[in-house]
Design a protein around this ligand. Structure first.
Ligand SMILES: NC(=O)c1ccc[n+]([C@@H]2O[C@H](COP(=O)([O-])OP(=O)(O)OC[C@H]3O[C@@H](n4cnc5c(N)ncnc54)[C@H](OP(=O)(O)O)[C@@H]3O)[C@@H](O)[C@H]2O)c1
Length: 364
C-alpha cells in the first residue's frame, strides 16, 4: 500500500475532478508484477494500468489500491469489472470512495464475484493524500488555500502601496510549486489593479491553473498580464451589480484575448464562486487575493488552510496594509484558534501553515 500511495501522488495537480489513485498487483507467489496510477482525468484508472502490466500473472493474485475501484461508466469503463475479468483473488483497498456514484458499490461488486476484499489499510494516509477531492465531494466546493507574504511586523505593503518583493527568490519559487498543485488561483479586482500579477506556475503545470478574478465593479485595466498571456486561461467573475458599460468593455477584451472568459453569478460571493469552480472540475483552489477578499473568503468558510510566508523585514507604517480585512470579531473569545503545522525555512523566509483546529473540522 505504501508503494501504491507513492504512485498515486505522481498524478498530483493533474487528475481533478478525479482523485489521486495508485495501484499495484502482486502475483500468487507474492511478486510485484504490475504498477499503475491515475495520471490525468480522462486517462485510464490506476487499476487498469497495473492489471495491464501484470497481464496473465494477475490471475489468482492480489490488487492493492488506494481507493475503492469504480463501478460506473464515466469517461472510462468500470474498474470493478476489469478486476473481476483479470481473475484477481484478493483486493486490498485503503478507503471506500465517497463519490455517490461509487460509495461502496465497487466493493460490493467485487465481493459478489467471490473476491476476498479488505478495506481500511493505511486509510489515514489515503485520506490525507486526497483531502481536496474528499472536501469537494463532502461540501460541493473545492478545498481553499489562502496564501500571503508579509514582513515579520505583519505588513503586506508599504504605506504607499509598494509590495514587490517582500519575500525572497526561494519563497517565490515555492509559490509557483503551490500554484502547480491547485486547479485555480483567485484574486480580487483590487489585486489586479494594484499588482498586475501573472499568477502562473511558470510552466510547472500544464495546462496552467485557471486564473480567476472576482470583481463587483468590473473596473479592471484594459491591459493586464492576466489577459495577455495566451499560455494560461483567465475567468473574470462578477455579480448582477456589474455596470453595463463595464460588461461591454469586458466582452470586447474577451474578443481580443481568446484565453479570457467571463461568468456572472447570482451574487458576487466567495462561496458561490467556489460552487461554480467545483462544477468546472476544481478540487483545490488558491486564494492569492488582498485583505478584502481574503477576509470575505475566510468569513464564508472558503479557506481550509492558510500559508503565511514571513520575511525577516520590518516594514512599519500605521497606514500599511495587513493580510486580512475586517473579520467582524468583537471579543477574543470569538476568535477561533488554528492548528500550526511545523514551520519550514524558505531561504531567509519562513513558511507558517495553519489548518482549522480539529474541533472546527473542514467548515462546511
Ligand atoms: N502580500 C501579499 O501576499 C498580497 C497578495 C495579494 C494582494 N496583496 C495586496 O493587496 C492589495 C489589494 O488589496 P485588496 O483588498 O483591494 O485586494 P483583493 O482582495 O484582491 O480585491 C478586493 C476586491 O475584490 C472584489 N470582490 C468581489 N467580491 C468580493 C467580496 N464578496 N468581498 C470582497 N471583495 C470582493 C472587489 O473588486 P472590485 O473593486 O473590482 O469590485 C474588491 O474591491 C494589492 O495592492 C496587493 O499589494 C498582497
Amino acid at each position: 500500500m505504501q508503494r501504491a500511495l507513492q504512485l498515486a501522488a505522481l498524478g498530483a495537480g493533474r487528475t481533478s475532478p478525479n482523485p489521486l489513485v495508485g495501484a499495484v498487483v502482486i502475483d500468487a507467489s507474492g511478486a510485484l508484477v504490475g504498477e499503475g496510477y491515475h495520471a490525468r482525468a480522462g486517462e485510464p484508472h490506476a487499476e487498469v494500468g497495473a492489471l495491464a502490466q501484470a497481464g496473465e500473472r494477475a490471475r489468482g493474485g492480489t490488487l492493492v489500491v488506494t481507493l475503492e475501484p469504480c463501478c460506473h461508466h464515466g469517461r472510462t469503463p468500470p474498474c470493478s469489472q476489469a478486476v473481476i475479468a483479470a481473475g484477481i483473488a484478493r483486493v486490498v483497498v485503503a478507503m471506500a470512495d465517497p463519490n455517490p456514484q461509487v460509495a461502496g458499490g465497487g466493493l460490493a461488486q467485487l465481493r459478489a464475484a467471490g473476491i476476498d476484499v479488505i478495506c481500511g489499510v493505511a486509510e489515514a494516509e489515503a485520506r490525507a493524500l486526497n483531502r481536496p477531492f474528499l472536501h469537494r465531494i463532502a461540501t460541493g466546493r473545492p478545498l481553499g488555500l489562502l496564501k500571503w507574504a508579509m514582513g515579520i511586523d505583519g505588513r503586506t505593503a508599504l504605506s504607499n502601496g509598494a509590495s514587490q518583493w517582500i519575500s525572497g527568490a526561494e519563497a517565490r519559487t515555492w509559490v509557483h510549486r503551490l500554484r502547480a498543485g491547485c486547479d485555480a488561483v483567485i484574486v480580487g479586482g483590487g489585486t489586479v489593479r494594484g499588482d498586475d500579477p501573472l499568477l502562473t506556475s511558470r510552466g510547472q503545470r500544464q495546462p496552467e491553473p485557471l486564473r480567476v478574478v472576482l470583481s463587483r465593479s468590473l473596473d479592471l485595466p484594459a491591459s493586464a498580464q492576466l489577459w495577455d498571456q495566451a499560455s494560461a486561461a483567465t475567468l473574470v467573475v462578477h455579480g448582477p451589480e456589474a455596470p453595463r458599460e463595464a460588461r461591454q468593455q469586458l466582452a470586447a477584451l474577451g474578443a481580443a484575448h481568446p484565453g479570457l472568459q467571463s461568468l456572472e453569478l447570482p451574487q458576487c460571493r466567495p462561496k458561490l464562486l467556489l460552487e461554480a469552480l467545483a462544477e468546472r472540475g476544481c478540487n483545490q483552489v488558491l486564494w492569492e487575493c488582498g485583505p478584502e477578499l481574503a477576509a470575505a473568503a475566510l468569513g464564508e468558510g472558503c479557506v481550509q488552510e492558510v500559508a503565511a510566508v514571513i520575511a525577516p523585514k520590518l516594514m512599519g507604517g500605521l497606514a500599511a496594509r495587513t493580510p486580512l480585512g475586517e473579520l467582524g470579531f468583537t471579543a477574543m473569545a470569538q476568535v477561533p484558534s488554528w492548528q500550526t503545522l511545523a514551520p519550514e525555512a524558505l531561504g531567509d523566509d519562513w513558511l507558517w501553515r495553519l489548518r482549522p483546529a480539529p474541533d472546527a473540522a473542514d467548515r462546511p
